[in-house]
Every structure is written in structure tokens, then in C-alpha cells.
Design a protein around this ligand. Structure first.
Ligand SMILES: NC(=O)c1ccc[n+]([C@@H]2O[C@H](COP(=O)([O-])OP(=O)(O)OC[C@H]3O[C@@H](n4cnc5c(N)ncnc54)[C@H](OP(=O)(O)O)[C@@H]3O)[C@@H](O)[C@H]2O)c1
Length: 232
């Protein structure tokens, strides 16, 4: 397929790009910083684009068979709009060029579920702190994005991972509609799950949760890295 990836230069986007090229897709990787993009391949085109700029989104989407988005920004106290405005532009461009298939990343934190086996510290302190304070503006915008995607007439799938971490390869991850009990998702698994949506309609116009269970990261290290040390 001829696919375009928004957020391609982020940690998940780079893995997704590699996997998509390896599967034989023609890939257009969209980034605001093409000079920092690490991969090269005959089937890969890297283009400069900012999702706030509709014309660059339209240019990237035109002529494609499917759109994947791993767009993201770090937590911030300020209002975040990149998810909702970015996806609004993507949906607009897809409608304009009659591109139907959209797979975009959201987060399990947009619809938290209480897990009685999750432990007091995680369920009552860590998770609420992240969702209601540190990540409040981000998850508010992700929910706006989800509503926008669900209200579109596109062939969409929203993919909700839990805390992201790195594994050297794809693991035997699990998927379930809306919610899966599991705190972590490997970026390789998330990328593989997104790509698999292009050839499988099980989660068409559905939210799919994806979790990694074969490998467990150190939770404290992961939270410190993802919440406080990410630079953009
Ligand atoms: N971290 C976690 O634990 C976690 C958990 C659940 C869900 N998620 C979500 O999973 C997704 C992937 O996360 P990630 O950590 O791999 O990636 P990420 O670091 O959140 O960011 C992905 C990329 O989005 C691009 N981007 C940001 N603003 C943009 C704009 N205005 N126009 C175009 N591109 C823009 C940036 O690339 P350029 O600067 O090169 O343009 C960035 O590298 C994100 O949506 C994230 O919120 C994360």
C-alpha cells in the first residue's frame, strides 16, 4: 500500500516506518525536521510537514491508500491542541482526496479503568496524578481527537496503548476492543498492531487497546523518562 505516517520521526513513528517499509509498503514519513530522520530506503519518502499547516497535510495525504498517525507532544501545563487540530486537518485532507483508511494512536489514559489488582500506589496515586494533573491538557486534547475521528465518515481505527517502552522486536502482544488490562505497551508492538489494521477489518470503526505482557519494564524509570525527560 501507499501509506503516509504523521509523527513518523517520533520513537514509535520511526519503528512504524521501518516496519512498514520492511513489509513492502511505499511510505511517506511526515516530520517537521526531515534532516533528523534516521532512515533511508527506496520505498521511503521523507517530507517536511506540520499538522497545523493544512496545505502540508493535504500535500502528504494526496494519492495515498491509508493514513497512520503516531503524532505526539510531551505533557504540558498549557493547552494542547496538536492531537485535535492535527487530526482535524488530516480528516479534512482525507475527505478532500478520498482517502478512507485512518489508524491513529490515542492512549488508554483517555478512558481509565480501575483495576482492583493494580495495587494501591498505582491505581490511587500514580495513575490519577498522571491523568488528572501532569497529563490533564494532553488527555483532554486526545479525547477531542477521538471524538473527531469517531464522528468522521472515514474507515477509522483508534489504537490505545498503555505506557510505552522499548523492546528490540515485536512480542506476542494482545489486543481487545476498548480496554485491555495491562499497564505497558512496547512501541514495536504498537507499530505492528497499527500496521496490521491495514489488512484486517476486525477493529474497523472501533477503538482497540493493545498491551504487551511478555516483557515488563521498570515502571518508575519509564514514568520518569516518558513524563519528564522527553525533548522535542
Ligand atoms: N509515552 C507513553 O507512555 C504513551 C502512552 C500512551 C500513548 N502515547 C501516545 O503514543 C503516540 C506515540 O508516542 P511517541 O512517544 O512514540 O511519540 P512522541 O514523542 O509523542 O511524538 C511523535 C512525533 O510527533 C511529531 N509532531 C509533534 N507535533 C507535530 C506537528 N505539529 N506536526 C507534525 N508532527 C508533529 C514529532 O516529530 P517532529 O518533531 O519530527 O515533527 C514527534 O517526534 C503519541 O500520540 C503519544 O501521546 C504515549
Amino acid at each position: 500500500m501507499n501509506i503516509v505516517i504523521f509523527g513518523a520521526n517520533g520513537p514509535t513513528g520511526r519503528i512504524l516506518t521501518e516496519q512498514a517499509v520492511a513489509e513492502g509498503h511505499m511510505v511517506t514519513a511526515v516530520t517537521r525536521h526531515p534532516e533528523t530522520f534516521p532512515h533511508q530506503n527506496a520505498r521511503l519518502q521523507v517530507v517536511r510537514g506540520d499538522v497545523f499547516d493544512l496545505s502540508s497535510v493535504e500535500h502528504a495525504v494526496s494519492g495515498k491508500d491509508a493514513v497512520l498517525s503516531t503524532l505526539g507532544v510531551p505533557f504540558s501545563r498549557d493547552e494542547i491542541t496538536v492531537y485535535s487540530q492535527g487530526v482535524a486537518h488530516i480528516v479534512q485532507a482525507m475527505n478532500k482526496y478520498n482517502v478512507r483508511r485512518l489508524v491513529c494512536v490515542s492512549s488508554s489514559a483517555t478512558e481509565p479503568h480501575y483495576d482492583p489488582q493494580g495495587g494501591f500506589i498505582f491505581e490511587r496515586i500514580i495513575q490519577p496524578t498522571i491523568i488528572k494533573t501532569i497529563g490533564k491538557t494532553l488527555y483532554t486534547d486526545m479525547r477531542r481527537m477521538e471524538t473527531l475521528v469517531k464522528n468522521s465518515k472515514l474507515d477509522w481505527t483508534i489504537v490505545r496503548p498503555s505506557g510505552l517502552f522499548e523492546t528490540p522486536a515485536v512480542t506476542p502482544y494482545k489486543m481487545a476492543e476498548t480496554y485491555i488490562r495491562g499497564r505497558f505497551t512496547s512501541r514495536a508492538d504498537l507499530a505492528n498492531c497499527m500496521l496490521s489494521q491495514l489488512t484486517n477489518d476486525q477493529y474497523l470503526r472501533k477503538v482497540v487497546a493493545v498491551g504487551t505482557f511478555a516483557v515488563k519494564p521498570n515502571m518508575l524509570k519509564l514514568i520518569m523518562r516518558e513524563a519528564f525527560q522527553k525533548k522535542h
